[in-house]
Write a protein of this length. Structure first.
Lengths: 154, 732
């Protein structure tokens, strides 16, 4: 077991964990931040997406020992800035969610997209959102919400 | 301090029900509806519930919040919003202050038709529409009566809006102010319900109540549950259904810090598994990975997909148990080869793979227990837990947790997840234990939509219409051996295997359908839209083939073949034709349109899909759906269900969209090998149109699924000239 100091949503957090423990489980079980979801454990569904130093990352395959001093942004903190707030607001106004379980990851991927590409095309959207599974199939409304958020941020 | 007024209720749906109102200690009004078990359950010989538990449907709090209990699981389908809408509309409650809660397991929350607490058969709105309207109307009547008494005016001079009663002379009172007095009013036996023209919420596009917490990470799903001292359990299941350990070497596993215990538990397939209990998920996972188990698979049947196909194909060539025999059985005999279609179809096992992996938490306290699960079958799961723990169902407090999808996977007649959880919790009296199935456990764990083979022989008449239709279906029965067998298995035919064929709305004069139900060592389960997942594909691709042969427009062909009384399908077909006409008239080069129509769960649906081929895969550019669901309670939910439901249906077409078995072992293990649609596999745009109706509402959860895969494949056939009769669609 090792002790790590992580920066999560701007706050320093100390955790003691086995170095191989995926960041996902440190967030969920040690820090009790359950907004980040477990879906597959093999980086195939995107439910666990967080931003690591601004990059959308599958936290289920990142060992806590490799996080280092990179800041972590999760769904609980994504509303701290205007892009995150706009995406969350668009998700609500477009009534995107169904079961909602994948949507933390969808929102984290969408925020990363809009931060790098403020006016995304359909192709940009498919590329950036292409690793996030929504089993309910809400993709039509996800597309629409991303465009709504982009419009709001203009 | 509570006052109770029990009154026999004369209204149709709940003719054996009793309404009870009470004031709460903190002030406020509780309205509860209690009813004897409905007819269905009584006829099945189930015992009557002994006591009415003190659960309410409506709670008006002193601060004006109105809490409405939802008698079903919310797992995406939107009932957590639409059932409260129904009640709030009749009650004239202020929607901005309505809060919805998922009700725990209790007799009062049983489905009025099915007699158990459940979500299934797309029945949430269909079965509880009347129930929730009556509850709302009675709550309103009590509040009006309280105001009228205070003001000494006749109730007829009062009106209500947004949680306020208005009386003559400008008087008004908020429901919260009237709640205590209302609790002492006699409950009216019957109350008038609103005319549709007076609806304020029903029929209005209304956003979900659960969006915000699902967008900021604050909503707790079952898997997110965290209780003091809680432990997490994982289970190593046998690699072939029904296997058992010969020997278990758990030395390395036990050496993982945080492991609490490792022991054997029974599995639903009469095998034995090894449970690992630890302080956290990751600890349990590390320990499970270190187990060395020598499995005894000697006495279990090893299912094998390729062998099963051979067997199914052979069976499909022989008549099975008769599901329907209409007209002349020999009508096919006189048909010349040129007017005959013989078509064989193959459908694989399908996993549901809801995004939230299966889980259940139980704390066993000796003489009682508490359970938390996102369950479609509260009554059945509660009974199963009680049985394993040696308790009575009423000794189990069963919380309904918000669930991350389900699609049928959380409606399991044998409650195998809850049984495992209970078997584990028994070892830890006083400590909550959360059982988690990993994604691999889920993909490999069985309870699949069964494999099916269909063989269809069609004789074509001089008018190009099918004059004779002989159809053999082969597939495991979903219902045999379950408590539902008595309802839907007749003469050895499981109706869920042939729904969508035997009740087809096409006018086929000579129709003969028969079924074989082989027994296979693979647990099977309903998958969103059940039999329609495969029957609609067969019917709608063959109808399209017939239309092509007859050189008749596929929409016109369907309209010609539909029976005159197929009102819902005709309405949906007309609306789909109208709404898709502009884009169908301007298809880009190398794009084609495919259509389909299918009625399921009393909802008529028609669909047109614009498709091209990209990288040997179907690219679905656009889908137009028209639907007749009766009264559209929340058109926004219906639009969402259809937009997303057609994507769920595309699962069947995914190249890696099959579960296969080799020598008893499931060959897929996670989303890399069993792959649901990603955003680029899904339709880019879906427009949904609702046929206006005043008929009672029908289901919208499942009916989107059956129509899409035949529509897409019909478009592909127009593009390539090939017929697609084997799913998944590995190449175009």
């Amino acid at each position: 077991m090792e002790t790590y100091t992580l920066t999560v949503n701007g706050q320093p957090k100390q955790v003691t964990a086995d170095p191989g423990t995926p960041l996902l489980w440190v967030l969920r079980e040690d820090l009790k931040m359950t907004g980040t979801k477990y879906g597959c454990g093999i980086a195939s569904c995107g439910a666990c997406t967080v931003h690591l130093a601004g990059v959308a990352t599958r936290s289920c395959v990142v060992p806590v020992s490799l996080v280092g001093d990179r800041p972590i942004l999760t769904i609980e903190g994504v509303g701290q800035d205007s892009v995150g707030r706009a995406v969350q607001a668009a998700w609500v106004s477009e009534d995107v969610v169904q079961c909602g379980y994948c949507q933390s990851g969808q929102i984290m991927s969408a925020v990363a997209l809009l931060k790098s590409t403020p006016k995304p095309t359909d192709t940009n959207i498919e590329e950036s959102m292409g690793g996030n599974i929504c089993r309910c199939g809400t993709y039509v409304r996800i597309r629409r919400a991303i465009k709504t958020a982009a419009q709001e941020l203009k | 301090m509570s006052t109770t007024a029990n009154t026999a209720d004369q209204l149709s749906l709940s003719r054996r029900s009793f309404l009870r109102v009470s004031a709460t200690a903190a002030g406020g009004l509780l309205v509860s509806l209690y009813f004897d078990l409905p007819l269905v359950a009584q006829e099945a010989g189930q015992p009557k519930p002994k006591a009415y538990p003190p659960d309410a449907f409506v709670h008006i709090k002193p601060d004006g919040t109105i809490v409405i209990q939802v008698n079903r699981l919310e797992f995406g389908q939107g009932v957590q919003t639409s059932l409260p809408m129904i009640l709030a509309d009749e009650m004239d409650a202020d929607w901005l202050h309505v809060v919805a809660e998922l009700a725990p397991a209790a007799d009062v929350y049983r489905d009025p038709l099915f007699g158990i607490q459940m979500v299934g058969g797309s029945g949430s709105i269909a079965h509880s529409f009347q129930q929730y309207r009556e509850l709302g109307a009675k709550a309103r009547a009590l509040l009006v009566a309280a105001a009228a008494e205070q003001w000494k005016v006749p109730p007829s001079q009062c009106r209500t809006e947004a949680s306020v009663v208005y009386g003559p002379g400008g008087r008004s009172a908020h429901y919260a102010q009237l709640a205590n007095a209302a609790a002492h009013m006699p409950v009216p036996e019957t109350v008038p319900l609103k005319n549709a023209s007076d609806f304020r919420l029903i029929g209005k596009k209304t956003r979900r109540l659960d969006s915000r917490p699902k967008c900021d990470g604050s909503l707790k799903f079952g898997l997110d549950l965290d209780l003091p001292g809680m432990k997490v359990a994982l289970v190593a299941h046998p690699p072939v259904f029904g296997g058992s350990p010969k020997s278990v070497d758990d030395k390395a596993a036990r050496s993982v810090p945080g492991v609490a215990d490792i022991f054997q538990i029974p599995t639903s397939a009469k095998g034995t598994a090894v449970a690992v209990v630890a302080d956290k998920f990751w600890t349990a996972k590390q320990a499970r990975d270190r187990l060395r188990i020598d499995w005894d698979l000697s006495s279990v049947e090893r299912a094998d997909s390729s062998q099963l196909w051979a067997k199914y194909k052979q069976l499909a060539g022989t008549p099975g148990g008769v599901a329907v025999a209409r007209g002349d059985e020999k009508a096919l005999d006189g048909i010349v080869a040129g007017n005959l279609i013989v078509a064989e179809f193959e459908f694989p096992y399908l996993a549901h793979s809801p995004m939230e992996p299966l889980n259940t938490t139980i704390r066993f306290d000796g003489d009682r227990a508490e359970a938390w699960a996102g369950s479609q079958f509260q009554t059945i799961d509660q009974m199963a837990i009680a049985q394993v723990l040696g308790l009575k169902p009423e000794q189990i407090t069963f919380h309904t947790e918000m669930a991350g999808g389900g699609f049928g996977r959380r409606a399991v007649p044998d409650s195998h997840v809850q049984r495992e959880a209970a078997a584990i919790a028994r070892h830890f009296t006083g400590t909550p234990v959360k059982l988690v199935w990993t994604r691999e456990d889920d993909v490999q764990g069985g309870y699949y939509r069964p494999m099916h083979a269909h063989r269809v022989e069609i004789g074509i008449g001089a008018d190009g219409m099918p004059s004779a239709w002989r159809h053999v279906v082969v597939g495991q029965s979903l219902l045999m051996g379950t408590p539902f067998e008595a309802f839907a298995v007749k003469n050895g035919v499981d109706e869920t295997a042939v729904e969508g064929i035997v009740d087809t709305h096409y006018d086929i004069p000579n129709l003969h359908v028969s079924v074989h139900h082989p027994t296979v060592n693979v647990p099977v389960l309903w998958w969103r839209s059940v039999g329609h997942t495969h029957t609609a594909f067969v019917m709608e691709t063959l109808i399209d083939e017939l239309a092509t042969r007859a050189r008749i427009d596929p929409i016109a062909y369907r309209r010609k073949l539909l029976k005159p009384d197929a009102r819902k399908l005709r309405g949906a077909l007309d609306l789909m034709e109208e709404k898709s006409a502009p884009w169908r008239a301007q298809l880009p080069k190398a794009h084609a349109v495919g259509v389909s129509c299918h009625e399921s769960f009393d909802t008529g649906v028609a669909c047109a899909a614009e498709v091209s081929v990209e990288n040997k895969r179907p690219r679905i550019h656009r889908v137009t759906v028209a639907v007749d669901p009766g009264v559209a309670v929340n058109p926004l939910t219906i639009e969402s269900q259809f937009q997303a439901g057609v994507c769920f249906g595309v699962s069947q077409l995914m190249a890696k969209g099959a579960i296969t078995l080799k020598d008893g072992h499931v060959e897929q293990s996670n989303f890399d090998t069993y792959t649901p649609p990603y955003i680029s596999d899904a339709p880019v745009a879906v427009d949904v149109h609702i046929v206006p109706s005043t008929e009672k509402p029908s289901g919208c959860g499942e009916p989107p699924v059956p129509v899409i895969s035949p529509a897409v494949v019909n478009a592909l056939s127009h593009l390539t000239g090939k017929r697609y009769r084997t799913l998944p669609l590995v190449t175009v």
